[in-house]
Design a protein around this ligand. Structure first.
Ligand code: NAD
Ligand code: G3P
Length: 337
């Protein structure tokens, strides 16, 4: 039987662990709080992150990472992107020599500009063939209700991707494989920034035309950066690109879009963070992506406007003007600079 440990028991970690369990994988979920571990083991619920949702009865939770990790086929990491390096540094000594590490995270490390799979490889000292990524239009609460969804399992080693695909394939969760780890991770991280922008627009009372503008040109600027980073341009029209962008920008379940809505209604970043109270990766990842864009000479005007607004350098009217008053130009294929 395939075995997996999932670190940790937030929204997506809990739901992806449930998917693995429903797929027949033997899963242990690591929780940081006793109330969560006990509720999962005794009542099959995670009352903090997924109140009212019934989890698979075979899903086990533990507070003891030394019990969860040793000897597992997959170690799945699902913590906020900016906390990943420190968390994995503590867990790395417990990893087995064959274990494949799986990132569920959709962020870029702020200080280094590294993607999560790069941070994992760096901290765990493993090659790219032992690091996989799961990314796609996967709003945790819908999947917790076993509503149909698809995703992408990306790894440079196709056989590793296929093993993970089999370990998480259920009647309601359909994973595709892809060898383009760069494109899948960038698509997942950048869509959070665009979802912030769309949410801000919604909060300001802007209509569907403006939302479509941000989504479409957001995909264009993401594809430009992907081109510079060596991603496969086709990835951005797939589930980890356009698919996730549309789901996140359209759904009231998205924390990033909701965070943006609070900002668009005039709340501060601190007030919006308090209102959402869960991970909204786009806030810090916007800075990281803009840093990458500058380093590679890529124009990302929507990301730039989001960053300037979050830094308090421009207000919403000025941010809107920055985007709308840019020089006009032909609409080109999205991955041409
Ligand atoms: N929720 C979703 O629908 C969803 C779907 C796909 C991908 N993701 C991605 O998964 C990642 C995790 O998101 P989430 O929704 O589970 O977030 P969450 O806020 O629901 O849970 C975060 C988890 O990380 C833990 N944590 C928080 N700070 C930590 C720290 N400093 N060190 C170690 N652990 C810490 C928390 O205890 C919690 O278990 C993010 O990168 C997110 O973009 C989320
Ligand atoms: O709630 P968000 O904004 O973190 O988005 C969740 C998932 O990434 C959607 O695929």
């Amino acid at each position: 039987m395939t075995t997996a440990a999932v670190l940790s028991a937030g929204s997506w970690g809990t739901v992806f662990a449930s998917v693995l369990a429903d797929a027949g994988t033997d899963v242990t979920l690591h929780a940081r709080r006793a109330e969560i571990a006990d509720a999962i083991n005794e009542r099959h619920q995670n009352p903090v992150y997924l109140p009212g949702i019934d989890l698979p009865k075979q899903l086990k939770a533990t507070l003891d990472v030394e019990q969860a990790l040793p000897g597992t086929d997959f170690v799945v990491v699902s913590v906020p992107a900016q906390a990943m390096r420190a968390s994995l540094t503590a867990w790395a000594p417990l990893l087995g020599p064959q274990t494949v590490l799986v990132s569920l995270m959709k962020g870029i490390e702020l200080d280094s500009g590294l993607r999560m799979s790069e941070v994992i490889a760096d901290v765990a000292g493993v090659g790219p063939e032992r690091v996989a990524v799961v990314s796609g239009p996967n709003l945790a609460r819908e999947i917790a209700g076993r509503q149909p969804a698809a995703s992408v399992v990306a790894c440079t080693d196709e056989q590793v991707a296929q093993r993970l695909q089999a370990a998480c394939h259920t009647p309601y969760f359909r994973p595709y494989t892809n060898r383009d780890v760069v494109g899948c991770e960038l698509g997942g991280a950048a869509k959070n920034v665009i979802a912030l922008a769309v949410g801000i627009g919604v909060g300001m009372g802007l209509g569907d035309n403006a939302q479509s503008l941000l989504i479409t040109r957001g995909l264009a600027e993401t594809s430009r950066l992907g081109d510079a980073l060596g991603a496969d341009p086709h990835t951005f029209s797939g589930l980890a690109g356009m698919g996730d962008l549309v789901a996140t920008c359209s759904s009231p379940l998205s924390r990033n879009r909701s965070f943006g809505e609070h900002l668009g209604r005039g709340q501060s970043v601190t007030e919006a963070a308090a209102a959402i109270s869960q991970t909204s990766e786009g806030v810090k990842t916007s800075e990281a992506i803009l840093g990458l864009a500058h380093r590679h000479g890529v124009e990302m005007p929507i990301t730039e406007a989001v960053v300037q607004f979050l830094r308090g350098e421009v207000d919403l009217d000025k941010a809107t003007a920055l985007l709308m008053e840019r020089p006009t130009k032909p609409e080109r294929h999205s991955c041409t600079r």
